[in-house]
Write a protein that binds this ligand. Structure first.
Ligand code: PXP
Length: 250
């Protein structure tokens, strides 16, 4: 599988392209275009290592059919983001994507605003992570770059943590250096404990390189900026530029 091949290339930082917001535009008119599957195929040709899609409980962008269509159409691994609910667990077990990233979800939020409280939900998350793992799905927990959450991920037996870069993406000045340090420290702690650290949220051409330079981070998941920039430059060119900036930072 390409993701595993990429993982064995020393220093290679994987790019997961999140195509949710192609579906947001499609759903604005309730029709069939723009097609997120077509976007995934363009991202694949332009150097993405994986495709990410978030099936939200309110189906505001990706809808159930998209998941099956994506798995059928792309040769890259699919990372399905979802809330830790029984409904979503059933969908994941039916489709068996390469990976599932468990995220917190609140209907009223505009996007995923904070990390999962892995430390406070052990009894709820543990059986879910086990069932996904037994089905051969790689489980990732989207958490704040906080040592307590990393320790919780270790005790839950999740092989991957995705570090929330939202606070970093919105920070300026001294706060920016502080947030970057938190992410670097969390990535080092995760790797030391045998977890594979990923990162994502709010990453752009301007702020990606300091995150891409953190040596333990194996994958970045990027969506909103890539789809927004694609309006002006095309998706292929935008993914290729992000890929080049990430490679340059390693
Ligand atoms: N990773 C996770 C777990 C997310 O929930 C999101 C947003 O859906 C992203 C990465 C990508 O964030 P953005 O769209 O801001 O690039």
């Amino acid at each position: 599988m390409p993701v595993d091949g990429a993982a064995h290339r020393p220093g290679h930082l994987r790019l997961g392209v999140n195509i949710d917001h192609v579906a947001t535009i499609r759903n604005a008119r309730g029709g069939t275009y723009p097609d997120p599957i077509r976007a995934a195929l363009i991202a694949q040709d332009a150097g993405a290592d994986g495709i990410t899609a978030h099936l939200r409980e309110d189906r505001r962008h990706i809808i159930d059919e998209d998941i099956g269509h994506l798995i059928g159409a792309i040769s890259l691994p699919l990372n399905m983001e979802m809330a830790a609910t029984e409904e979503m667990l059933g969908i994941a077990l039916r489709h068996r994507p390469h990976a599932v990233c468990l995220v917190p979800e609140r209907r009223e939020e505009r996007t995923t605003e904070g990390g999962l409280n892995a430390a406070g939900q052990h009894n709820h998350l543990k059986p879910m992570i086990s069932r996904l793992g037994e089905a051969g799905i790689r489980v990732s927990l989207f958490i704040e770059p906080d040592p307590m959450q990393i320790e919780a991920a270790v005790s839950l037996g999740a092989p991957v943590v995705e570090l929330h870069t939202g606070a970093y993406a919105h920070a300026e000045g001294e706060a920016l250096a502080y947030e970057l340090r938190r992410i670097a420290d969390a990535a080092a702690l995760a790797a030391k404990n045998g977890l594979e650290p990923h990162a994502g949220h709010g990453l752009t051409f301007e702020n990606v390189q300091p995150i891409a330079a953190i040596p333990q981070i194996a994958e970045l998941n990027i969506g909103h900026f890539l789809i927004a920039e694609a309006i002006f430059d095309g998706l292929g060119a935008t993914v290729r530029r992000m890929r080049a900036l990430m490679d340059e930072a390693r």
